[in-house]
Write a protein of this length. Structure first.
Length: 172
């Protein structure tokens, strides 16, 4: 993956791939995002979890770190999915977060552009993500980038006891 340094007026924005040494930073940024989304109770990932899942033998996701003047200012965590209709993989953005002190400097736009470049370079058919319906500033930001809402779709989830109950059904 490439580095994407961009000079914005008085600040230098750098987008770089995360390394294993960034795990504590990634966990901290996840905690900050969870707090912003009023989901701090759900952010239970540990450094060991992230180290294994992001940098282990079979990484489940990738992370870009955004820096402003060398200071860690945000991140994007993404992975590939697959579209049976397109017959191509897609890029799915799980988390995008810019620390409040750095908002408005263009970091979010540069992270999204870096992800779009990755999607194009990897011949992805789509670049998708979800946004909380109450997060109007994020929705407005995504619309300015050209994203369209998939209003006819709703996210479904199985977790915890419901996930385990379904997995136990119809055992042989």
């Amino acid at each position: 993956m490439e580095r994407y340094p961009v000079r914005m007026t008085d600040v230098l924005i750098t987008i770089r791939p995360a390394t294993i040494d960034d795990v504590p930073l990634i966990r901290q940024l996840i905690a900050e995002l969870a707090d912003y989304e009023k989901l701090a109770h759900a952010a239970v990932a540990t450094d060991d979890d992230l180290r294994a899942q992001l940098f282990g033998a079979h990484p489940a996701a990738e992370v870009l770190i955004g820096e402003v003047d060398g200071e860690p200012a945000g991140f994007a965590l993404f992975f590939h999915n697959f579209s049976t209709f397109l017959g191509k993989r897609g890029l799915y953005l799980e988390d995008l977060y810019v620390r409040p002190a750095f908002r408005g400097a263009g970091l979010g736009r540069h992270l999204m552009a870096a992800l779009a470049r990755i999607a194009v370079q990897r011949d992805c058919g789509r670049f998708e993500w979800s946004v909380l319906d109450w997060n109007q500033p994020a929705i407005d930001f995504y619309r300015r980038l050209g994203a369209t809402g998939m209003d006819e779709w709703t996210v479904q989830r199985l977790e915890g006891a419901a996930l385990h109950a379904l997995a136990a059904r119809d055992e042989l």
